[in-house]
Write a protein that binds this ligand. Structure first.
Ligand SMILES: Cc1cc2nc3c(=O)[nH]c(=O)nc-3n(C[C@H](O)[C@H](O)[C@H](O)COP(=O)(O)OP(=O)(O)OC[C@H]3O[C@@H](n4cnc5c(N)ncnc54)[C@H](O)[C@@H]3O)c2cc1C
Length: 284
């Protein structure tokens, strides 16, 4: 069996204090030699320079590959082409290609731009750069919140793979069965790409509820109620979150997941504790 791959997602820091802390976070995370870091990107071009700047920070503070996320909604071909050229010149070999969520204010008007869906971005990258970039796309084991139906969402996921995606990273989820069902559907559809689960550590009641609500992920009732009880018991909540998510990671890896992609929220320790358990085989 091949060794699972681990990758760590960062976002561009929004304050000078957060920027100052990031190099230490990157160094800590890089010490366990992830396959790559990815760096998020605000849709509609809101933090293109933030993504690029964070990418350079990762390059400076680790020898690890960096994959910028690239969102296309609200963008023009020329703008996306310029970003791809800049990444290629910086030595980037992997892109996470996304439609992106526009800020609510911009969502109301039909978003101006030359891309509507991520499959168009994948096709564009392949047309402009051939096989230079490894392309990761997003997958939704619990179905994208704006999808017309589960079947339609899956059909559109297939289009991203047909357009040339090499792999997929999933939205966060806490129900392992949703992931296994999605992977079964991919197998039956003949999609032969790695589907890597996206893992969000649980370290806080309010933010876990907010993240799940924001992306349409199901937070199991029993987990939500335990977190609610533990919300003022910091250590108790951290222990419960670590045990719950490390059991999820263990189930996923034992069930054949090719790796794990951690949403680090720019914090090293919660992800490293999960990584330690996942690589040592220990759960709770
Ligand atoms: C791993 C990961 C990383 C992410 N990183 C970022 C980030 O850095 N920045 C950011 O802004 N957001 C990010 N997101 C969120 C993502 O941008 C949103 O979930 C967005 O709403 C959908 O992006 P997508 O690439 O999956 O879109 P798509 O695959 O285009 O799908 C979007 C919706 O449109 C539907 N659809 C797709 N194709 C068609 C079609 N041809 N006709 C009709 N309907 C269609 C789908 O069913 C789905 O409901 C990330 C999500 C994941 C899972």
């Amino acid at each position: 069996m091949t060794q699972p791959t681990f990758s760590f997602e960062l976002f561009p820091p929004r304050t000078p204090e957060a920027s100052a802390k990031l190099p230490a976070v990157i160094s800590r995370l890089a010490s366990v030699r992830p396959a790559y870091f990815s760096v998020t990107h605000g849709a509609g071009g809101s933090d293109q320079d933030g993504t690029y700047g964070t990418l350079l920070t990762v390059v400076e503070h680790s020898g690890v590959e960096v994959a910028p996320h690239l969102t296309c909604i609200g963008s023009t071909h020329a703008n996306v082409a310029a970003q791809l050229d800049r990444y290629r010149a910086a030595g980037v070999k992997r892109i996470v290609a996304l439609r992106g969520d526009l800020p609510a204010t911009a969502m109301s008007a039909a978003a101006p731009g030359e891309f509507q869906f991520a499959n168009q971005l994948v096709s564009f990258i392949r047309k402009e750069h051939g096989d230079w970039f490894t392309i990761e796309v997003a997958a939704y084991p619990e179905v994208h919140p704006q999808a017309a139906s589960s079947d339609k969402d899956f059909e559109y996921f297939c289009r991203k793979v047909e357009a040339g995606a090499d792999g997929a990273l999933t939205q966060l989820f806490y129900n392992a069965e949703a992931y296994f069902h999605f992977v079964d559907r991919c197998d039956k559809a003949g999609l032969n790409i790695p589907i890597v689960p996206g893992i969000m550590p649980i370290t806080n009641y309010a933010s876990t509820v907010r993240f799940c609500n924001g992306c349409g992920a199901d937070l199991p009732r029993w987990v939500k109620l335990r977190l609610e009880d533990l919300q003022y018991d910091k250590q108790g909540l951290l222990d419960f979150g670590l045990n719950t998510v490390s059991r999820l990671c263990d189930t996923l890896l034992r069930g054949g997941a090719p790796g794990l992609h951690f949403y680090t929220i720019n914090q090293a320790e919660p992800t490293l504790r999960l990584w330690e358990r996942a690589t040592s085989g220990a759960t709770a």
